[in-house]
Write a protein of this length. Sequence first.
Lengths: 270, 336, 155
Amino acid sequence: MSGMDALRSDAAKLLRDGAVKMVVGYRARGDQRVPAFLTDPDKADALTYDADCKQNLAAYLRKPEVRRHLPLAIVAPPNVCRSLVLLAAESQLVDGEVKVLAVGNGQYHGVLDVAGVAALLKEKYPDLAPSEELVRKIGELAAMSPERRGAFWMEQFERCTRCYACRAACPGCYCTRCIVEKNVPQWISTAAAPHGNYAWNIIRAFHLAGRCTLCGACEAACPQGLPLMLLNVRVAQDVEEEFGAKAGYDPAAKPVIGSWSPDDDDEYMR
Amino acid sequence: MKVFDANKLNDLAAALAAKGYRVIAPVQDGDVVRLAEWAPGAKIQPGVIPVNSAKDFLLPRSEVIGRYSLDGNDFTPQQVTPEAPKTVLLGVRPCDAMSLAALDTVFNWDYADEFYNARRAATTVVSLACASADDQCFCTSVGGRPDSTAGADAILRPADGAKRFIFDALSEKGQVIAAAAGDLLTEAVATVDAPADVPQRFDARTVTRWLADNFDSPLWKELSLTCLGCGACAYACPACHCFDIQDEATRTQGVRYRNWDTCGLGLFTLHASGHNPRPDQSARWRQRVMHKFCYFPQRFEMLACTGCGRCGRLCQAGLAMAEVCRRIDEASKVAK
Amino acid sequence: MTTMVEAKTQTGAETGFQPRIVAFVCNWCTYAGADLAGTSRLQYAPNVRIVKLPCTGRIDPLFVLKAFEGGADAVLVSGCHPGDCHYTSGNYHARRRWSIFRKLLDFTGIDSRRVFFSWVSAAEGRKFADLINDITEQVRAAGPFEKANPARRRA
């Protein structure tokens, strides 16, 4: 990526000046790209960024062990930028807590705050969209009969082991006690059986409705290769169609599912 | 010695299936290789370690262990017979076979687990010696070898430049498999290929010693910072075995499940009072390592890790048991 | 141990498939409307089991999933007309929620032959009775909720 040196030197400077206590970025470990937690400015050369960096680092903002190091800087490609804007909109980030080392399209965009990130997204990445391949697959599924769709999802959810790597990888999943962990009563079966897996994956997709920024970290983290983005993108498409909303662009946006308008469609209601 | 052509692995699977075995083998599944039930048409892929472990077939991720009916105050339990079809694990890695010793021990320690034992008794283990390894493998650091026969009823050894396999029956069950394979196995001489080179990455005894004295080390906080607290590593691990029991019931009947569980989740040790003795990921990671390298050896004189490397391959956060142990090994050298 | 809603079918004179329908309704409008249907001696299909909640805004999508998990053939969610909510805006919240959730259900195999939404006021006893009759026939035509559907508990 062009500007990698500038990114590293900006990261080192932020640490040296005391502007941040930690830089959360990526480093190479052999062929893998893994998260890096930099506190020593002299080690900034370990930071790297390329298309193999699939984790959404904004997920670390849920960890008290990481928040202890606020203010911090975080390396963010466009979909992670959207996650940061979402967290700001949901009051999970306070102004000044996070400096963003924004990257995208093979370039480094400099050190930005959340408002700057929102402006960058609007200017340079206003139409972030899922891949054509994904959209095509969703279309194929939508054209099937409900029974065939049920059979497709049955086959996919059969593999789910309920490891919750999808939840762990997602910056939008920051509840200190997840709905699946509520056991009085146990609303979502914890069994890795079809009904439990169906409920878990559907409810997680629904709890992200209007909030998912399509970063794909969940699907990348899933050890069983479940096609989670088929669900998340479909829901995002429905939200955009119904309410014209795309998550992660406006730091002052109201939550989509949590708000309402007297003009909301109810043609489907009898 | 008994040998067969390397390209006849699927035929071997078919022969065993014809003799009534449920054949579990590493099969190509899209982009990955997965240990799964073999069916005609499936392609056994022996060259790549499967993403899941043999544990899946001895301790399923979710199983029904009890049923009951309710009628007012009357409670009637119903016997559940363990599902234990005659099974052959065909072509599992020695690291998976080695983990069976740990599972056998835990499931017969303070209670003889009839579900695990039924499946274990019905299972024959045919290992496949590793001719290649990747940089996540570390069996040689935990007392294993790429051609270890521990836990196996028979072993397939690549030979003659991967053109053939030598079939070595190691137990009665293994001999039954040889017989079931019929004339697929021929008497011949073959030269066994060199096993994979798996360099030692750390000294397990040093790790065990360090763990006993370093419960409060700051290393735990540093190592666990990247962990996001999911169960991907524990569920893929052939030696991890923790489980949760959950009842799901209506007013008239109930089902008791045993589901996989993982110490990586915050909920694992959350008390009803709200207190959590492992309140952060650092405490949970410490527990994970200590269970495998300190507590298990203290109690059972064996490690609960066999160096398969799946945790390192799967973890998106960049954690790997080998890496953690290597850091501990290093730390112990620097210590006072 | 969780206690769940069961939908028992009537035995006796009825033959053929008897749909089991769970209706989550709000206390102030639809429940009162159902009550009115009763006191007016309006006949409607006995296949529905009503779960009363204070407001449609309280209805969590999980309730719908639980009903299907337990083997319901269809679910109805019904509440006050927009503008009439006893709690001012509960039904507005519900409406927004359902517009997305119903599509997610459809995409994963539970389609609009089995999931119904309505506004029924306390004065609409007739509407309630007609609605139940209509839904029951639709679900009868759709058939039992497939045993193979992943949402269904099997064990």
